[in-house]
Design a protein around this ligand. Structure first.
Ligand code: GLP
Length: 251
């Protein structure tokens, strides 16, 4: 894993956007794996800015999102479908037929998982997967204990995850209990992975990501086995590593 140290959230976002833009410029029909959450918002704003000011086109780009809540209408303001429209897709020239998210409203969710996986394969696999990280080490919605061999599947969200995401809902009770998420094996098949971490609340998990052995208890540790991972973290997220190491390192 290669670690890039950013001064702050803005610098992290700009560095991340640069890597995504480089991917799109080198391969105009890139398949991007996309994430939701607070960490990646500014990165999306930077992509929009580059689209508007520097004419970077996403017309041929295909995208697959990591996850979607089960049972939430696509139109619900907290669905990841809405998030992507609002924070990225509506502001760039991507074709909506090229944007894919799991359908959390599917009548047959098992079948939805299989067809989502098949669609990723059909598009040639993911060139660059963007990831955030949960405070419990989840990637996508792959909670601790999820098999490293997992493909797209349905997962019951941990209490801590629901609590973390309840900030977007009126109450904790409104947070869906389940989600459809790309599996860990799906994520690991991406040719390149870009994980972002920002803020003091990510300092502990980032420290564990670098120092812990690969363990099911911290799903993100599997990334240590991937040959092409870049982690971009800001100073706050790196604070526990810095405390213990005295400096930043890459391995
Ligand atoms: C969410 C998403 C993840 C995201 C993570 C961190 O639950 N399913 O894809 O990376 O948790 O979110 P945030 O960036 O808001 O801290």
């Amino acid at each position: 894993m290669k670690l890039l140290e950013a001064k702050d959230h803005l610098e992290m976002s700009r560095l991340a956007a640069d890597i995504i833009l480089e991917q799109v410029c080198n391969k105009s029909n890139s398949v991007l794996g996309l994430a939701t959450g607070g960490t990646v918002l500014k990165t999306y704003q930077e992509l929009i800015l580059n689209h508007k000011e520097n004419d970077i086109s996403f017309a041929q780009v295909r995208t697959f999102n990591l996850d979607e809540y089960v049972g939430l209408s696509k139109k619900h303001e907290n669905s990841y479908h809405s998030y992507m429209q609002k924070h990225l897709f509506n502001h760039i020239d991507i074709q909506s037929s090229n944007t894919f998210l799991p359908n959390g409203e599917a009548e047959d969710l098992e079948r939805e998982c299989i067809s989502y996986e098949a669609m990723i394969d059909h598009m040639g696999g993911i060139d660059l997967q963007l990831l955030g990280i949960g405070q419990n080490g989840h990637i996508g919605f792959n909670e601790p204990g999820t098999s490293f061999n997992s493909k797209t599947h349905i997962i019951e969200l941990e209490e801590s995850t629901k609590l973390a995401n309840s900030r977007y809902f009126n109450s904790l009770d409104e947070v869906p209990t389940h989600a459809v998420t790309m599996g860990i094996s799906t994520i690991m098949q991406s040719r390149k992975i870009l994980l972002l971490a920002s803020g003091q609340h990510k300092a502990s998990i980032l420290h564990q990501l670098f120092k812990s052995d690969v363990t099911l208890d911290i799903p993100a540790t599997i990334l240590r086995n991937h040959p092409n991972v870049i982690i971009i973290a800001d100073q706050e997220a790196l604070s526990e590593l810095h405390q213990l190491e005295g400096n930043v390192y890459a391995q």
